[in-house]
Ligand binder design. Structure first.
Ligand SMILES: NC(=O)c1ccc[n+]([C@@H]2O[C@H](COP(=O)([O-])OP(=O)(O)OC[C@H]3O[C@@H](n4cnc5c(N)ncnc54)[C@H](O)[C@@H]3O)[C@@H](O)[C@H]2O)c1
Length: 367
């Protein structure tokens, strides 16, 4: 068992990483919340694999349990779905001391966290992430939210969970494409501030692809430590936490261009390479870094060009830049990028000319 502390004063919590963790979660509920109902929010795919096991570990203690299944995918991150589930909870007499368990990927986590932050003006919630992306990233740090017709995650809250329980074994049932998509976020951490971790990941590429249990536990632990340090420094993303957006300025524009019919992590993979290309164009980093990262992405079968993401689309650099400019979270007319001085040395670039962004994107039409 590995434990990571997220130190945020009165909002501090622990991340517990352990195989077959469900019994520990039920025991934790018994020790801390004996009189509270366990409200388990999950999606239908996750429920198919894990809900029986999860509920039976709770049944041993005869707690009051309520299971709520939402549809898998982004469409559930919607205010109308929040309202529907909130009303269901209120009708079943939810109490302020009840606990919401988010059993699933980032969608279930973002949805449940947001619901927990508003129902009865806030009840406790616990993350039980089951995708690689949610285990290394979204379950930690307290960003919650839903989508709107004007963009993703534009309504939400910073609301920390009271614990995060991670079972690396749940990755076994995760489709390979989802798994590798989540891996882009792992790679991102190494590029931000840990060169040694990058080389270690590269060395273990084959074990990563095959979801080697020991390697994955090590990766999840390492990423959770990294995220907890960043969140402790800058919980509300005022500066330092922005580094976690490496590759994301490009990725969000790509996702929008493809009407979100692309895996987030696959767009991040191309976005990361674009960020390195832009760093080279600005004379901030060496070309060898680009080659190293591209070769690693090839080893783990992640896309490295826009054509890999969608070969039928007529890609247009200006349209991607327009998407960046219409990003609702932008605070001024400059587009912010997270770029690299070196592998393991990311920094925030506040102002880049449109021409350089254009030239960078153009290089990804054919590769
Ligand atoms: N809050 C944050 O800080 C943060 C950070 C990054 C991303 N996000 C959000 O996370 C979401 C993406 O999360 P995701 O990549 O986990 O996607 P997801 O939650 O949609 O899960 C991907 C798919 O895998 C299925 N699934 C989940 N766990 C499974 C398992 N163990 N076995 C089999 N199938 C399983 C799900 O049903 C779904 O179909 C996006 O909405 C994004 O905005 C949030």
């Amino acid at each position: 068992m590995k434990t990571v502390n997220v130190s945020l004063k009165d909002r501090s919590y622990q991340i517990i990483i352990k195989k077959n963790i469900f019994a520990n979660i039920a025991a934790h509920h018994f020790s801390n919340y004996k009189k509270s109902k366990a409200i388990i929010i999950t999606d239908k795919n996750v429920a198919k694999h894990y809900i029986k096991k999860f509920v039976s570990s709770f049944n041993k203690y005869k707690f009051d349990i309520q299971v709520i299944e939402i549809l898998p995918g982004e469409k559930s991150k919607d205010l109308l779905v929040i309202k529907k589930v909130a009303e269901k909870l209120l009708k079943s007499n939810v109490k302020r001391n009840d606990i919401i368990y988010a059993l699933g990927g980032g969608v279930v986590g973002d949805f449940s966290g947001f619901l927990a932050s508003i129902i009865l003006r806030g009840i406790k919630f616990i993350q039980v992430p089951t995708t690689l992306l949610s285990q290394v990233d979204s379950s930690v740090g307290g960003k919650t939210g839903v989508n709107t017709s004007t963009g993703k995650n534009l309504i939400g809250s910073f609301y920390q969970p009271t614990a995060v329980f991670i079972d690396p074994n749940t990755l076994k049932s995760l489709p390979q494409k989802e798994f590798m998509s989540g891996y882009s976020e792992v790679l991102k951490y190494s590029l931000i501030n840990d060169k040694k971790f990058f080389y270690w990941l590269d060395l273990n590429s084959n074990k990563i692809i095959s979801k080697n249990s020991k390697i994955m536990t090590e990766i999840i632990n390492n990423c959770c430590i990294k995220k907890s340090i960043i969140v402790k420094k800058d919980e509300k993303e005022l500066n330092h936490r922005m580094l976690l957006n490496l590759g994301h300025t490009f990725a969000h524009a790509i996702e929008k261009e493809l009407k979100y019919k692309v895996k987030h992590g696959e767009a991040v993979s191309v976005g990361i390479l674009m960020a390195i290309r832009l760093s080279i164009l600005l004379n901030k980093t060496k070309h060898t870094n680009y080659n190293l990262i591209k070769s690693h992405l090839n080893k783990v079968n992640l896309p490295t060009s826009l054509i890999c993401l969608n070969s039928k689309k007529k890609w247009n650099a200006r349209s991607l830049i327009r998407n960046m400019l219409s990003d609702k979270k932008r605070v001024d007319k400059n587009i912010k990028f997270i770029l690299l001085h070196d592998i393991g040395k990311a920094y925030i670039e506040n102002s880049v000319s449109y021409e350089k962004i254009y030239l960078t994107i153009k290089e990804f039409f054919n590769e």
